[in-house]
Design a binder for this molecule. Structure first.
Ligand code: AMP
Length: 506
């Protein structure tokens, strides 16, 4: 048996991997496919030496660098389960992931080592190693001391390759278990659907702790033998500068709204790019239109989630319809049903989106009840997204069943923020909503009911800092005498969203 996911990389190695670029960074670091093989082997050896056995979790909360990719692939080759964590997570949040996933090894930024080592020790994490944005640290040193070859640990299609945490609606994060074949099959599908080849050069400016940057982007490039220009973060000016050397860009809608603010964005500047994709949050039809007018490119919007990888995509050839997420990808079955009865809805009727296919995850880590609750008896996964399928078969996402906020491509579950605010003395209750925001898509906003000598906006924000990852913290805190409620006592967030819709405008 081979290592099912890494076999995908091996399949696409050219005769001369040293001659084929894999990653280049703006500060001039270059790695070929031969480097990828050698470095990922050294990381696999170092992880084994640190005590990692097949099936063990390798958690990483590290800044983005090419070494992060080698760590990911090293973990896969060692038969381990890669567990990337958002760099914004606080020590309290990281402690939860340790307790839940019990990783054998934790890799973090050297600057955070002191703060996190005791957390790791308390959770009995076997080893703590470090890796910084320049690719230096005790993890890299351990790899440097190892041989650059490694016999890949055999892993079958059903074995776990990664766990990615998704914020829970109840505030508790759930670990989505992704198998080798979930990732390998989706990468193959995307190579075909988006026509990736070894001539492609992808501008990669997404974070690598999330499914979009880690799997959709990197695995698709690996499965085609192409290369990446690897940016630390979204930098519209730099992206524009690199476009003449690249063939594709994968982004969240914020990428496109930021790029549209660059005077240099023209049809000429984007001439060398063959594909712009967008996902993780809805791309406004007006952004799609503005992009097309300026660049003559139609952004290809697609839809997926941590649990399912990519499920739908607008076509490469054929109409890319603004405001839709396209058609189910080959091998993916998608239906829209009545959320209560499960009865299938007709064309243009809104309901719950459910999907089934080789892309759909293996369930939530150590949460069999939660897993069972989100699958239908016939194997369809209940996404939590509301949508419809039109007469041409295009899928439209019309909302989210669970009031999820998506800000700059990151998910924020209101409940988690509300719980922190409500715990403050002087706060009666709160409702956290997303409001239209030109840059972030949605801006996290808290509406708070407070007692007489209550904290003010600045105090609430100061209280949340350090307790919650920065992207989850509200941009504004508004005060109200009471929250609007329906007859069942449920807070009517839709009314709050309507009342404050213009907060971030102008
Ligand atoms: P995540 O698990 O972080 O990737 O978030 C997945 C969620 O993002 C989905 O369940 C959708 O609610 C949302 N999402 C992803 N892509 C799109 C899209 N193209 N349009 C609208 N919502 C999207």
């Amino acid at each position: 048996m081979t290592n099912h996911l890494f076999a995908l990389v091996r399949e696409n190695l050219s005769a001369d991997p040293a001659a084929r670029p894999f990653i280049e960074t703006p500060d001039g670091r270059r790695y070929s496919y031969a480097d990828l093989l050698a470095r990922s082997a050294a990381y696999a050896n170092a992880l084994v030496a640190a005590g990692v056995s097949p099936g063990d979790r390798v958690a990483a909360q590290v800044e983005k660098s090419p070494e992060t990719v080698f760590l990911y692939l090293g973990a896969v080759r060692a038969g381990a389960v890669f567990l990337p964590l958002n760099t914004a997570y606080t020590a309290t949040e990281v402690a939860y992931f340790f307790a839940d996933a019990a990783p054998a090894v934790f890799v973090c930024d050297p600057e955070r080592r002191d703060a996190l080592a005791s957390v790791a020790e308390a959770a009995r994490v076997g080893r703590v190693l470090t890796l910084d944005a320049a690719g230096r640290g005790s993890m890299a040193e351990a790899a440097d001391a190892q041989a650059p070859d490694f016999a890949d640990v055999a892993r079958g299609p059903e074995d776990l390759a990664a766990i990615l945490y998704t914020s829970g609606t109840t505030g508790r994060s759930k670990g989505a278990m992704l198998s080798h074949d979930n990732l390998a099959s989706n990468a193959r599908t995307l190579v075909e659907a988006w026509r990736f080849t070894d001539r492609d050069v992808l501008i990669h400016a997404l974070p690598v702790f999330h499914t979009h940057g880690l799997f959709v982007a990197i695995n698709t490039v690996l499965a085609s033998g192409g290369s990446m220009l690897f940016l630390r973060r979204l930098d519209a000016g730099l992206i524009l500068e690199l476009m003449p050397r690249a063939t594709s860009l994968m982004g969240v809608p914020t990428f496109y709204t930021r790029l549209l603010k660059e005077p240099g964005l023209t049809a000429q500047a984007t001439r060398h790019i063959r594909l712009f994709t967008s996902g993780s949050a809805p791309l406004l039809a007006e952004t799609h239109a503005a992009w097309q007018a300026r660049t003559h490119h139609a952004i290809l919007e697609r839809y997926g989630m941590t649990e399912t990888s990519m499920s739908t995509s607008n076509p490469y050839d054929g109409a890319r319809v603004a405001g839709t997420v396209g058609l189910p990808l080959p091998g993916v079955a998608l239906r829209v049903v009545d959320p209560d009865t499960g009865a299938e809805r007709g064309p243009d009727e809104v309901g719950m989106i459910e999907v089934k296919g080789p892309n759909v995850f293996r369930g939530y880590w150590r949460m069999p009840e939660k897993t069972a609750a989100e699958f239908r008896p016939d194997g369809f996964f209940v996404t939590g997204d509301l949508g419809k399928v039109d007469a041409r078969g295009y899928v439209h996402i019309v909302g989210r069943g669970k009031d999820l906020i998506i800000t700059g491509g990151f998910n924020v579950y209101p409940k988690e923020v509300e719980a922190e605010i409500d715990a403050m003395p002087g706060i009666v209750e709160s409702a956290v909503i997303g409001l239209p925001h030109a840059d972030f898509g949605e801006g996290v906003t808290a509406v708070v009911v407070a007692a007489a000598d209550a904290p003010d906006e600045a105090m609430v924000l100061a209280h949340l800092e350090g307790r919650l990852a920065r992207f989850k913290c509200p941009k504004r805190v508004l005060f109200a005498a009471a929250l609007p409620r329906n007859a069942m006592g449920k807070v009517q967030k839709n009314l709050l969203r309507e009342a404050h819709a213009a907060l971030y405008r102008g």
